[in-house]
Design a protein around this ligand. Sequence first.
Ligand code: ATP
Ligand code: MG
Length: 292
Amino acid sequence: MTRCKSVWVVPRETFLLVDSQTLPYIRLTVPPPIAAFIVARIIAIANQKGGVGKTTTAVNLAASLAAAERRTLLVDGDPQGNATSGIGVPRDTIGETVYDVLLNPDRIKDVIIKSVQFRHLDVLPATPDLAGAEIELVDQDERELAMRRALDHVRDEYDYILIDCPPSLGLITVNMLAAADALLIPLQCEYYALEGLSQLLNTVHLVQQGVNPSLGIDGVLLTMYDARLNLSRQVAADAREYFGAKVFQSVVPRNIRLAEAPSFGKPIILYDVASVGAQAYMGVARELLDRK
Ligand code: ATP
Ligand code: MG
């Protein structure tokens, strides 16, 4: 393992499951603790385009924030359940899920799984039954507000709540956007990356006009960036021209270690903290902390 360039320092007790080999490589500078009365910033990670790095971003940003001792809740809003397994929650240990929470928002505290791999990281898990919620919610009053009602019960217990959204703009995504303070958009550095965004921004606009006028955009994150490709550089330049300072300075490179980590149920900082992927997501976390 090569020595990691990062200069952050993390207290030992932050980690519940970490081997002594990995720990010396994690160097996080923890900015001053946030006062306990501040409520969580709720960030929905969304892009209706599939496979752009939403779940990878949700899992690894959540882990990096928890490593920096920010009380973090990762909400898996996708019936694929990839964030749940990627953060290390085995399928056979899951009882109730975000599906139950959408139908009974008052039950959220019973459904959250506490302390997953990090002392400061909790998870609201999902399984494929979440797909049914799209249909079952249709008949409910204020059906797009179920997630917001649920998170209202817990938002004073966290500094950050990150929501992994599914690759669609259906009722589940609308629920997540209605519950969020802001949106984080992963943008894959590929052809048509920006074209697809107009649909997402239209949905954001509708949610702003309807149920959540203060919904903002916390950032656009360039993912799967390959500095050798003109295309990657062009997409990055276009995104910076269109979104300006909202684009994170940190760029997530294409990195095989990021693709391998989920099959071990580990975020990248526990799987290979010295990898460029781990460094990138710690950089994104730091930018997010600096922006708050
Ligand atoms: P979906 O729309 O299906 O929910 P998604 O937007 O959540 O997909 P991910 O699941 O995060 O996307 O990523 C898609 C695939 O690309 C996964 O196999 C993931 O491991 C891989 N991947 C994500 N980011 C990177 C990266 N920076 N480098 C290499 N592989 C990556
Ligand atoms: Mg996903």
